[in-house]
Design a binder for this molecule. Sequence first.
Ligand code: GLP
Length: 245
Amino acid sequence: LPLEGLQAGGSGPLYLKLRQSLEDAIQSGKLNHGDALPPERDLADYANISRVTVRKAVDDLVRDGLLVRRHGSGTFVVKPVSKVQQSLSRLTSFTEDMARRGLNTHARWLERGLYHPSPDEMMALGLPADALVARLGRLRIADEMPLAIERASISAEFLPDPQAVTSSLYTALDKTRSRPVRAVQRISACNIKDPDASMLGVAVGSAGLSIERVSYLASGRVVEFTRSLYRGDAYDFVAELTLSE
Ligand code: GLP
């Protein structure tokens, strides 16, 4: 890293100069996306400045989303993302949305099993307390980039074997002839907290989109109640607006 001579020349606070050097190193590719930053102690020794100054510069870059601290493993250069544009009016699955963009998806399973419903699930799915729901919690990854955390609840009537969902939930529902045909979705803004932030690889407090979907069969029965958290820097929702008659 070109950190020599930070002390000499130029005016302005030292931490801003260090911040600039680190930013230049990221922009020029001397530090690659995903690379770990050397420990703050080493940076301080190397540039002959105090650790407090190093910490201040690094804090600044973390706040601006160029670096991310991962608990226990260090500070890393954040991978810039190209935004996914998602139509707001079509009822599609995550797997289909990504496939249309040529991206491969996979999931890290956070939860997959049958449970008695929570009060929220009872209300959303219209189930009694002694019913069973399939819960699918996934970190959804597209081409190695974590995009969203999704927690879906499906009445066991439509998905008796949650283990049957290996990749796409909607494909599995297709097989039991219970793929939804209509959905209501609510999107709200949020700040991503830990542990979600570290799973998604973003700084704590980054902008997120919280999405709830309740979807229905043609008969009007509710099939799915899903709560998702999308990275705000990776997702754009696009709606086509028409004049109402
Ligand atoms: C989107 C929706 C979820 C839905 C999921 C199904 O991500 N927000 O409500 O459950 O698609 O995707 P897949 O069939 O890939 O599991």
